[in-house]
Design a protein around this ligand. Structure first.
Ligand SMILES: Nc1ncnc2c1ncn2[C@@H]1O[C@H](COP(=O)(O)OP(=O)(O)O)[C@@H](O)[C@H]1O
Ligand SMILES: [Mg+2]
Length: 351
């Protein structure tokens, strides 16, 4: 006899202006579509859970209070939490996790504290500094008011303090003069009305370390984004074009692979730094740590992404595969982590 099937909510967010006045099925998935196409992460997850004998069902928060109310009366054993925003606001994933806590529904991934600490990059960097996790020196400004500044050297990179997915990071984000710096700060304030982070630019390799589990967390094989083939004259960064703009040379010429040539000692050091960064930010279950490795072999943590994208083509899945887990194993392992936490009656990952 197999394990008891679990009722699993596959919780995600969708939000469109027009939907705010739309029809009445608050927790129905929108636009599941037909035909041959690449499956979305939630569809892969749904299929993997079903294949293992569980009972997944889609639940969608669409930005209306109605969908929040409907969630409160859902009976599931655990929620696979894929939400990243609420009503178009990327900072509100924190509130969704907090709401699930209030409802006493077990869910996968980080809790509100981990989501918050990782989301505010300036807060995360202060914690890194306190705990001896290497991160680029920085300054934070908002509308002409200085929140903090190290005595940093050019070149620097200018980015929004709270965005993700390289929003606001185009190739002109890396600047070498006061003039360009002031222009970038001004543009970011105008476009995003967000506090701005100015960081020392770290030349080096772009590495992503996936961390899985809690007791203790395990750093999976390191994934590298090779930026060496980017067209000449643009900085080697994973900016908006590289991540999203399919038609561009920047998108085409960058490749993900497992970094195999780091050397045992350095590789262990990098993995350890990633695990420590996750602990410091109270991350649970799974996360991806973005970092740069200098030619001298120093790794700098740029940010930690709690609940990173789990699609089978994403960095996290690539690392999991290299560690010997197939995609379905990975999905189940994440569910098991949430279930174990709920059985233990613990909100926190062990420190
Ligand atoms: N201090 C830095 N030095 C060098 N490259 C950086 C630095 N900060 C960001 N980058 C580049 O920009 C990309 C996106 O930055 P990141 O801080 O990870 O923001 P996001 O949350 O948008 O992913 C990184 O993957 C890296 O390529
Ligand atoms: Mg990043």
């Amino acid at each position: 006899m197999g394990p008891t099937p679990l009722e699993i909510g596959v919780l995600y967010d969708a939000w469109h202006e027009e939907q705010a006045q739309g029809p009445d099925h608050p927790l129905e998935p929108v636009g599941s579509g037909g035909g041959r196409r690449i499956l979305a992460d939630r569809e892969e997850i749904h299929a993997a859970l079903e294949k293992r004998g569980h009972k997944p069902r889609y639940l969608c928060l669409d930005g209306r209070a109605k969908s929040l109310k409907a969630l409160a009366s859902e009976r599931v054993d655990v929620m696979f939490n894929l939400t990243e925003s609420y009503a178009g606001d990327d900072t509100k994933d924190v509130n969704i996790a907090a709401y699930l806590d209030l409802l006493d529904i077990p869910y996968t991934g980080s809790g509100p504290s981990g989501l918050y600490l990782a989301q505010d990059k300036a807060v995360a960097k202060r914690l890194f500094a306190f705990h001896g996790v290497r991160t680029p020196r920085f300054a934070a400004v908002y509308q002409g008011r200085l929140q903090w500044a190290h005595d940093i050297q050019f070149p620097v990179i200018v980015k929004p303090k709270r965005e993700d997915g390289s929003i606001g990071i185009e190739f002109n984000a890396v600047v070498g003069s006061i003039k360009e710096l002031m222009e970038r700060i001004d543009a970011l304030h105008a476009d995003l009305d967000s506090p701005v982070l100015i960081e020392e630019y770290i030349e080096g390799r772009e590495l992503y370390v996936s961390v899985l589990g809690n007791d203790p967390p395990e750093a999976l094989p390191i994934v590298e984004l090779d930026l060496s083939l980017l067209p000449a004259g643009i900085p080697r960064i994973a900016g908006t074009e590289v991540k999203w703009e399919r038609g561009t040379a920047a998108y085409r010429e960058t490749r993900l692979s497992i970094a195999r040539d780091l050397g045992g000692g350095l590789e262990a050091e990098i993995r350890e730094a990633a695990v420590k960064a996750c602990r410091v930010l109270e991350i649970r279950d799974y996360a991806r740590v973005d970092m740069r490795l200098t030619p001298k072999g120093e790794c700098y943590i740029l940010e930690v992404n709690p609940n990173p994208w789990l699609h089978s083509s994403a960095e996290f899945a690539m690392a999991a595969t290299a560690s010997g887990r197939d995609h379905g194993d990975l999905i189940m392992e994440i569910v098991d982590l949430a279930m174990a936490r709920s059985r233990a009656g613990r909100a926190w990952a062990p420190a």
